[in-house]
Design a binder for this molecule. Structure first.
Ligand SMILES: *Cc1c(COP(=O)(O)O)cnc(C)c1O
Length: 432
């Protein structure tokens, strides 16, 4: 099954119908526990020598299809599906830096991530070094410390759509014996596969474009399987793990011993998901699998629609600036990272004051005013008052994010209707 193309794998990877009554749609295994059958099989499942399931907190057959499918789509070795994008990010950070250490991250990241990194992780002994321009490589090099455990970035910034130079950052990370972690939520694996540019771990809010229908909260951690966790900086992967060893013989085993290149995802599954909880439930996994089946067609049309909307906005006299790097003529990172386009999300700065912004929000009819992106339906939001409240105003100001900025997530409607809706809302807003 390996080496199939993206459009084939999004429908088939990780699922063998012969194991599931030849069901054409991945069955929902809505069961808390799974029978051991007999004592020998119980020993085998819990000892890891027989594949099977015991308890859904530790693993579920429906969720496992999603995990295998996303790993295949990304060119990774393994993946873990959890209850939200924030859970995926949290477990990833803890897994790489638990026990203390530093992480380097730009300030242009998702609001809840920035808030967690600034205010919560330090209470767990994990400190963050922040820098402002994601692609300022000199700044990155300057801020690495001997105990820096990872560089963490987002592939496309929200809402500016600024593109991150993943290859350059991966090179610096690897020269320093640390991994590059990429939140690739905005582009989805259809538009960008960070592993191709050297990223080591991808995290997703699959709530967004991967599922694409705005009906489930979910997160994914995907493991490239190329990073050397035994390089001396990450003892949690090389020290004996009680649950992997054999009590009777006294044999001790580490995550690297047992899982080799797949140690990162295996450790999240074995330690964080099993002990902290939060595995994505089978029904939610089913919905994400269903959404994923049409990811290519959705993203292709959403990019075309978003491009048409961005061009309309760029020509509107009440729009000061459009943030959509797909239409920037001289963006050198665009052809390298985003030949199929930057995605469904864009933003614009309206002229006038916050009053006109409120008028636009109050007058749109087709766009839904809510805090989400990547839905099949088009969405609108004023970030500084809603989604980006978690970001201190001083940091927002550094990224040109003021109260006149409006973010759009473009769906699958007819582009002409979306443009007509924005046009009537903007016209009304400025005639009041
Ligand atoms: C939404 C989002 C998250 C958080 O995901 P949840 O599923 O809401 O927990 C993280 N990163 C980015 C870029 C997001 O857009």
């Amino acid at each position: 099954m390996s080496n199939q193309k993206f459009d084939t794998e999004r429908l088939h990877a990780g699922y063998d119908p012969a194991d599931h009554q030849y069901a054409s749609s991945v069955p929902i295994y809505e069961s808390a526990a799974f029978g051991f059958g007999d004592a020998a099989r119980a020993n085998g499942i819990l000892g890891g020598t027989v594949s099977g399931y015991s308890y859904t907190r530790n693993g579920n057959p429906t969720t496992a299809v999603l995990e295998k499918r996303i790993a295949a789509l990304e060119g990774g070795v393994d993946a873990v599906a959890v209850g939200s994008g924030m859970a995926a990010i949290t477990y990833t950070i803890l897994n790489v830096a638990e026990g203390g250490g530093r992480i380097l991250a730009p300030t242009n990241i998702y609001g809840a991530s920035l808030d967690e990194f600034r205010t919560l992780f330090p209470k767990f002994g994990i400190q963050f070094d922040f820098y402002d321009d994601v692609n300022d490589l000199d700044e990155v090099k300057k801020r690495l410390h001997p105990d820096t455990k990872a560089i963490y970035v987002e592939s496309v910034a929200n809402p500016s759509t600024e593109i991150t130079d993943i290859e350059a950052l991966a090179k610096i990370a690897h020269e320093n014996g640390i991994p590059l972690i990429v939140d690739n939520t905005f582009p989805t694996p259809y538009l960008l596969q960070p592993f191709k540019f050297g990223a080591d771990i991808d995290v997703y809010s699959s709530t967004k474009g991967i599922n694409g229908h705005g009906n489930v909260i979910s997160g994914l951690v995907v493991d490239h399987g190329q990073f050397d966790w035994a390089n001396g900086k990450f003892p949690q992967f090389t020290e004996p793990e009680f649950t992997l060893g054999d009590e009777e013989s006294g044999k001790q085993v580490s995550f690297v011993d047992k899982f080799g290149k797949g140690a990162f995802a295996a450790r999240i599954q074995t330690k964080y998901v099993r002990l902290f909880g939060g595995l994505l439930g089978p029904f939610e996994a089913y919905l994400v699998l269903l959404g994923l089946e049409t990811i290519s067609e959705r993203l292709e049309k959403e990019v075309a629609n978003a491009t048409a909307v961005a061009k309309y906005l760029a020509a509107n006299p009440h729009v000061k600036r459009v943030y959509y790097s797909s239409i920037e003529p001289n963006n050198s990172l665009l052809p390298k990272y985003f030949p199929k386009g930057i995605g469904a999300i864009l933003a614009f700065e309206a002229s006038g004051s916050e009053k006109e912004v409120a008028n636009i929000l109050d007058n749109v009819e087709l766009f839904s005013y809510l805090p989400n992106v990547g839905d099949a339906k088009s969405l609108i939001v004023n970030p500084t008052r809603t989604t980006h409240r978690e970001i201190p105003s001083a940091i927002r100001a550094k990224h040109a994010l003021n109260n006149q900025v409006i973010r759009l997530s473009i769906g699958l409607e007819d582009a002409a209707d979306l443009i007509a809706d924005l046009d009537q809302a903007i016209t009304k807003a400025f005639n009041k």
